[in-house]
Write a protein that binds this ligand. Sequence first.
Ligand code: AMP
Ligand code: GLY
Length: 422
Amino acid sequence: MKILLVGSGGREHALAWALAKSPLLSRLYAAPGNAGIAEFAEIVPIAATDFEGLKNFAVTAGIDFAVIAADAQLVGGLWDVLEGAGIRALGPSKAAAVLEGSKGFVKDLCMEKGIPTAAYQRFREPGAAKSYAASLGFPVVIKADGLAAGKGVIIANSESESDKAIDFMFEGGFGDSGHEIVVEEFMAGEEASFFALSDGVNVIPLAGAQDHKRVGDGDTGPNTGGMGAYSPAPMLTPALERIAMEQFIKPTVAAFAERGLAYMGVLYLGLMITKAGPKLVEYNCRFGDPEAQVLLPRLKSDLLAALLAARGGTLDKISLQWTDEVALTVVMASGGYPGSYEKGNVISGLEEAASLPGITVFHAGTEKRDGKIVAVGGRVLDITATGKDVAQARTRAYAAVDRISWKDCFWRTDIGWRALAR
Ligand code: AMP
Ligand code: GLY
């Protein structure tokens, strides 16, 4: 089969790496890809935002199946554009991507189905939102309803912070995504993510992971897309994984079906493990980045077959095998990230790092220029190690990180600390 992978980050490199192992694959194309993905795929120089260009390429090249990796494309309706032209693709559809595209919709769905989550209300004007926030007490959580490039959540520690956050969103601070907001109760606890795959009716579990969203060691500094992750997450016990499937994922897919929306694709469940049990933080409609970089190295089964089954309504025939090993990834980033950073610095040590035991280097923001790999993103590389436990995977990952360098690169030195502290 000819497969088109849409995207260019570390998650997409991990997807390309896993898809390339499939016996079903004849040719893999990636648009626009990166220097690491180019090892597994033919690079197609079409931006992930150019839906018409992607559709035209897919039709001309005779693509059998497209894997759309990112929220912006799914929520923006690339699935619908491709399917409209007869190209099968991993969803969800634009209508079903409301799972990630509207926080208020998901909260209402939780209420309807009795899915545990923080108390909340939806607002379209600031006055009532401010009073409700004050009534909940502080800290309180203010969320733009729509996608905001991962920045749409503000945790306000006082009434003045909360009022400021509410005004900021209604004044367009997050663009259109803040025309409606959700104000919700703050949940204390430890976060973990759980992934599942749905074909609209059948749902199968993938695996759990824990991310490190803050830029600095000890979970300090501004939020990022994620500075490292590991899978499995020791806190997601088998009992909790069952709860994630039975009390969260399955009722959610069922609620979509009742609305006439077949949810076909990945469900990424963000959970807060509170003293009162697990509660939903949010859903995403795709693999996480960098969570995919630790899930996919543990998957022994054919990823492509599973993704095809999610589109084809045959997930009940799929049972996935996972290694017992732990995978851990350390994100190496450009100095300044998540703010502005330099582009074009040459990266050294990649081959030496990749030759170490248990190491796979996924590229996130790289390009090949004059035969050299250069850093062109904020998050640049995901140094991924497998090992018999978190401690071994972490030692291996950092040994590889130490071999790699470019001007002003940095990374967190404590990936996996929660798991090791247990
Ligand atoms: P994002 O991934 O940008 O949507 O960020 C959401 C993050 O905000 C989550 O990962 C949590 O750390 C935090 N968060 C969201 N909702 C709550 C809540 N109700 N209580 C505590 N933390 C929350
Ligand atoms: N690592 C967080 C995300 O993919 O949204």
